[in-house]
Design a protein around this ligand. Structure first.
Ligand SMILES: [Zn+2]
Length: 284
């Protein structure tokens, strides 16, 4: 099939028994058509497709081994994952739902990225319902060299902390371009939440692993607040251009795997949901 994004719920495939919800909403699931069991309707992702030989249709039957050796090269093998702290663009694990792999030497990677952090404890555990919650290597994210503060400071998986440093950079670039300002801080609504999702009880949210964050608003240097609720206003509004620019860049640059916005559904009318799931959803 083409690279249409389908999630584990589409085929009733949930590798972890019961589900946890988005921090604030009960349905941060990839695809507004999930309840009807159909393929997602989001725009095509910017993911490198599995390569196919360019000459597949016209490939001749080659008898001469020398010719065979000089024929089209074999398709490139899928790149091995992971590229830590970024969206997982591997195609062969999209139906895997479970705790993320923790980046090796993650704390060293954070230091190299000039991230301020403290180790935090979110022990991995199995709930009575059979869900897995927690993070192997959680950290308290205290900010990066890009100067964005978080209110409150989030506890996230170490891989998420790496991604947040990139998020900070995207935010500052988009704020400078669209608002002529720097961002002082972001208000986040939550990262870790281990609880069942009422609407999709077999699906586990990345919030269960502190591998997601919900962003409600941005405070500029002037102390003016840009709320994510402005996402759907006119493009003429600089705040809207900023918010859409951030969301677009986060998905296109593979900062996060899943980017859900107010354009995605009503449950996200007031925040961005950003996570590092193994599948991708463009909810911009
Ligand atoms: Zn969320």
């Amino acid at each position: 099939m083409g690279w249409s994004r389908v999630g584990p719920w589409v085929f009733g495939l949930a590798l972890v028994g019961s589900a946890s919800s988005c921090q604030r909403s009960a349905a941060s699931r990839p695809g507004s058509t999930a309840s009807s069991g159909t393929v997602f309707s989001e725009a095509e992702p910017r993911r490198t497709p599995l390569a196919e030989p360019a000459s597949t249709a016209a490939a001749p039957l080659v008898a001469d081994s020398r010719e065979a050796r000089s024929a089209e090269p074999l398709p490139a093998a899928p790149q091995p994952w992971p590229d830590f702290g970024r969206a997982d663009t591997a195609l062969d694990n999209d139906f895997t739902v479970g705790p993320p792999e923790s980046p090796p030497d993650c704390h060293e990677r954070l230091k190299a990225a000039e991230v301020r952090f403290k180790p935090a404890a979110l022990p991995v555990r199995e709930t009575r319902g059979g869900s897995i919650c927690g993070a192997e290597d959680a950290v308290l994210y205290l900010g990066s060299k890009h100067g964005v503060r978080y209110s409150p400071a989030p506890i996230v998986s170490c891989g998420m902390a790496l991604a947040l440093a990139r998020f900070d950079e995207v935010v500052q670039l988009q704020a400078a371009e669209n608002l002529g300002s720097r961002v002082r801080s972001v208000h986040q609504l939550g990262t870790y939440s281990c609880r069942k999702m009422a609407r999709f009880p077999r699906w586990v949210s990345e919030h269960s692993y502190a591998n997601a964050i919900d962003i409600q608003s941005f405070v500029l240097e002037s102390w003016r607040t840009v709320k994510v609720t402005s996402y759907q206003r006119s493009e003429a509004a600089p705040e809207t251009r900023f918010l859409r620019g951030v969301a677009r860049a986060l998905f296109d640059d593979a900062v996060f795997s899943v980017v859900l916005t107010p354009a995605y559904d009503r449950l996200h009318h007031d925040h961005f949901h950003l996570d590092l799931a193994r599948y991708r959803v463009d909810g911009t």
